[in-house]
Design a protein around this ligand. Sequence first.
Ligand code: UTP
Length: 305
Amino acid sequence: MTLAPAVRKAIFPAAGLGTRFLPVTKAQPKEMLPLVDKPTIQYGVEEAIASGIEQVIMVTGGGKRAIVDHFDRSLELEHYLEERGKSDLLHILSEVDDLSNQVDILYIQQKEPLGLGHAVWTARRLVEGEACAVLLADDVILGEEPCLKQLIDAHRKTGASVIAVRRFPRSEIARYGVVVTNGSNGRIHEVTDMVEKPEPGTEPSDLAILGRYILAPPVFEELDRVEPGSGKEIQLTDAIHRVLGQHPVVALEFEGDYYDTGTVPGYLRANLMLAMKREGLREELIPLLQELLETSPGSRSRRAL
Ligand code: UTP
């Protein structure tokens, strides 16, 4: 079997306004909100590196300076910690610095937030002619095998563009894009159609699209042509939809724990779940949660957490 070439580049669209998190996102990028003590975008960059990506392309907009600073060295902070002998904290800093030694991080401006499809299109000249990955930092996915690596492997085997999907109960799926599939090979499903946020009762399947993609060049060609769709934004799913039937698109049911940090309840849940996995924090949280359960009216069931 001939494999498609390895995927070397990953686009991180990070130019959205993050309105669901106002006011915190008024002057701070959503992608820098922490999961416990690490910004969500760092989880994505770590995943990309672990998946063999060589070049990260951040699509940023106004007010996103903190992302650039985060992946840069802070000599002042290093100096401060060195003088005080804080080697454990210096180690944390060096781990972040090291990320930009392992991949080149490029920044490109999306001048107006015209949608996810437009953000990806903004990076088109940097990925010309090759399949590339797209990661949405909001969707944090942790597991033994990086989610993106699973997508890359599926792309190499099939030569197709690949969409990450997960099964959700039908009652929850209306918030997502949904794929229609025809024929499967294990966890890889051939995509024949896609529906953005289906009306309840009309869901064509229980496979929801999450924020990881491998896009082959035909999708970029369509991005050139797509007109603004829902919310007057250029939708990535519209461009993928247009290649169906001409270029293979598959959906991969990935393995790993998925945390939706793009909404306030999802973000709080993700923080709590990851904090409970962290030794040192868990011991502090358990008595607090027990106390909350006992004292908060209407939150007697553990499920409520
Ligand atoms: P979202 O749909 O979550 O939009 O974008 P948003 O602006 O970040 O947040 P809300 O909906 O206002 O709360 C999905 C991803 O696409 C990026 C975002 O930064 C996020 O990572 N994006 C979105 C862009 O880069 N540019 C855009 O014009 C829109």
